[in-house]
Design a binder for this molecule. Structure first.
Ligand code: FUB
Ligand code: ZN
Length: 697
């Protein structure tokens, strides 16, 4: 079972490379100075950061009331899951709703995971930018968890204070193992960043406990996570501790999932629960999905039989990450095949042009193939992050640009669209079209679906997920297999790899994604070093040129979409990679009926959109055609400085429509100018119309 692939492809760690300048430097600076502190503050205000200290006391009335001291009347109720509705809506309406200091919010089943993701993001930041204040904040939380941890190693806030004695009675819905997973990832990150191992040891004690209670052996619970996450975290724990038990537990969870009789049926029967009356967020019905019982949880089939991506999108993404991780370490061919089958199904039939996945809001789930509505798109930020995490892991199994292209598509569109330019507000859902009246008209005001980024959410998974992803971005850029280094993402970064027994410095300088020119300098410890550098040539690239010290060299793009340069690299040599980046129009597969007769604009890795702020209302009257000449500009004043696309287009004439709703076809069109901005920047000015897919004649 050991790590059978000594010579397998390894991902280059986020620890070995740091961002230096450009696009990601600005984002990491904002992430550290604004986003992480903002999330910490909100988590403080809502009680998350203290929830593990046991301050929570149920209200004598048995109902948790959030009182507004100003007028002394009840202002709302904490829902069983701890969702703070009135607090949220009052904030939305600009009222200041005081938290009653005598009443501590009931810990929510997911709060351990929210706190963990914040710790993980803050930990990554600490490595490259030490911050004693943040380190102290993390140490205090770890101390609180140490006090919370039982003799047996168990540590979970919700099941300690809200449902004591009920541990592992609702693995199906209550996120117990999901929280253990995020806490494990955070503990690994904190250890790798600071060398401090208290949190890591705390989590090893917990995982060892889980390993004693859950597993294939007689007398154990034959359970697996209701929300996949622990599986991928166990692989990280295995990597840092080299303890094969953790890899084995990850493999058990993957192989046990979906076996019959279904574990969730067994658990519900044992606890007297009806699996069709979920106690969680109300959409995990056993029989609620066409693909079969528990398909929402991807527990309807063994993973090797899951060819059709179904159910909750984030769950499936995390499951696929773990499948790829375990396959890479065990060489399990059947698992590799299962990864490829699901990869093709997701990326060829269920992925948006922005790398968003999980079209359906109800259930935060996949819909059927090619069902990709734009205005109602859910595309949770966490799901796009999960897709990028999975793409990076697929590159351990095989090298092909399709993985890096999807990773990049999600990265520069559906992931970073999730955070506002000021770093303080977030999307849960990332729509591809917006008509504000639709949301004003909504009866059910679901903040997750708002076309305006929110300060935060009762279940705050996306904000800290974005924060941790942003800080660890260099961990997605490269893989290495023996003496071949694969460069998948072009980030302005610096670091070292070890090849042929020597440390080799690498400095990548680029204005990517705003420009396609990438300069790379190799500094071997000795005079020179021979290795192969494999450069991903993105599918969108219309032409490529490579120079070494200014001299053009011949470039052969291999079948996998990479240029392989096998040569001896000398001190101070500089490679130039020139990726031609011209704007072009994209069309969707005809089976995506919503996008029929429409095109979208891409340039480099960015997908562009039209916003009301630049183009006025009735964006759906705008038409492009084959002769539309797209021109890319960089506007330093626009949205803090961004590329934009300008063009002459046509706009339907509206005057003739007074007083009639339908009439014989024959609209007139007039010239108009349009300006498109990168999709990730939409909704940073004011609520307004937006379209990604534009009418095409
Ligand atoms: O259930 C935990 C997280 O909350 C899921 O991953 C997200 O979809 C959000 O609903
Ligand atoms: Zn989320």
């Amino acid at each position: 079972m050991e790590d059978m692939w000594k010579k397998r492809t390894e991902r280059i760690s986020w620890r070995d490379f740091r961002i230096m300048e450009g696009f990601w430097k600005k984002r990491q600076e904002r992430n550290r100075q604004v986003t992480l502190p903002t999330i910490y503050e909100f988590f403080q205000d809502t009680g998350r950061m203290d929830s593990m200290k046991g301050l929570y006391k149920p209200d004598p009335t048995g109902k948790d009331i959030l009182r507004d001291r100003a007028n002394g009347k009840e202002e709302g109720v904490f829902l069983p899951g701890g969702e703070i509705i009135s607090f949220q809506l009052s904030e939305l309406n600009g009222e200041e709703l005081e938290m009653d200091p005598n009443l501590v919010p009931r810990p929510h089943p997911y709060w351990d995971s929210d706190v963990a993701k914040w710790i993980e993001g803050a930990s990554y930041a600490l490595l490259h930018e030490p911050n004693p204040e943040v380190e102290k904040q993390i140490d205090k939380i770890v101390e609180a968890y140490e006090k919370l941890q039982g003799e047996d190693g168990y540590v979970n806030t919700y099941f300690t204070f809200v449902e004591p004695g009920k541990r592992f009675t609702n693995i199906h819905e209550k996120h117990e193992l999901y929280c253990a997973g995020h806490m494990t990832e955070a503990a690994v990150a904190y250890y790798e960043s600071t060398g401090k191992d208290r949190y890591l040891k705390l989590m090893c004690r917990y995982i060892d406990y889980i390993d004693r209670v859950i597993g294939p052996e007689e007398g154990k619970l034959h359970a697996y996570p209701g929300h996949q996450e622990l599986e991928l975290a166990l692989v990280k724990l295995y990597e840092v501790t080299k303890e094969p038990r953790y890899l084995r537990l990850a493999e058990y969870f993957i192989n046990e999932r979906g076996k019959q009789p279904y574990y969730f049926d067994i658990e519900c029967a044992r606890e007297g629960r009806n699996p069709n009356q979920p106690t969680g967020k109300g959409f995990g019905l056993r029989d609620g999905m066409p693909q079969g019982p528990f398909a929402h949880f991807q527990a309807h089939l063994p993973v090797r039989e899951q060819k059709d991506a179904a159910g909750h999108a984030v769950r499936l993404m995390y499951q696929c990450c773990a499948m790829a991780d375990v396959a890479a370490r065990t060489g399990d061919e059947s698992l590799k095949k299962a990864c490829r089958d699901l990869w093709d199904n997701v990326t060829l039939e269920k992925m948006y042009i922005t790398g968003g996945v999980g079209a359906e809001a109800h259930g935060e789930r996949f819909s059927f193939s090619y069902q990709l509505p734009n205005e109602q798109a859910y595309n949770e930020t966490c799901a796009a992050i999960g897709l990028a995490m999975w793409a990076a892991r697929m590159l351990q199994l095989e090298n092909h640009r399709k993985y890096g292209d999807v990773l990049e598509r999600a990265l520069y569109n559906g992931i970073i669209s999730g955070v506002s330019q000021d770093g303080k507000n977030f999307f849960y859902a990332n729509h591809l079209e917006c008509m504000p009246a639709v949301y004003e008209d909504r009866v059910e005001r679901q903040t997750r679906m708002f076309p305006v980024r929110q300060g935060d959410f009762p279940v705050s998974c996306c904000p800290p997920n974005l924060a941790r992803f942003t800080e660890s971005i260099t961990g997605y850029a490269m893989t290495q297999r023996e003496d071949t280094l694969f460069l998948h993402l072009y980030l302005d970064m610096e670091g070292k790899i070890s090849v042929r027994g020597q440390q080799v410095g690498l400095r990548v300088q680029t204005l990517y994604p705003d420009e396609g020119n990438v300069f790379l300098r190799v500094t071997p410890e000795e005079k020179e070093v021979r290795f192969t550098l494999a450069l991903r040539i993105p599918q969108w690239c219309q032409g490529v040129k490579i120079t070494i010290c200014g001299e053009k060299i011949s470039t052969q793009v291999a079948e996998d979409g990479y240029v392989y340069l096998d040569r001896s690299w000398k001190q101070g040599e500089e490679l130039g990679l020139f990726l031609e980046m011209r704007p072009f129009l994209l069309e969707a597969n005809p089976r995506v009926r919503m996008d029929c007769g429409k095109v979208s604009i891409q340039c480099g890795p960015f997908i562009y959109c039209l916003e009301e702020a630049d183009n006025g209302t009735e964006l759906f009257d705008i038409c492009l055609d084959a002769d539309t000449r797209l021109e890319r500009l960089y506007d330093p004043e626009l949205l803090g400085g961004t590329s934009c696309i300008v063009a002459k287009a046509k706009r339907r004439v509206r005057e003739d429509w007074q007083g009639c709703l339908y009439r014989q076809a024959g609209s007139r069109y007039q010239d108009c100018d349009i300006r498109a901005i990168p999709y990730y920047l939409w909704s940073n000015r004011r609520i307004g119309e937006m379209v990604v897919w534009i009418r095409y004649r």
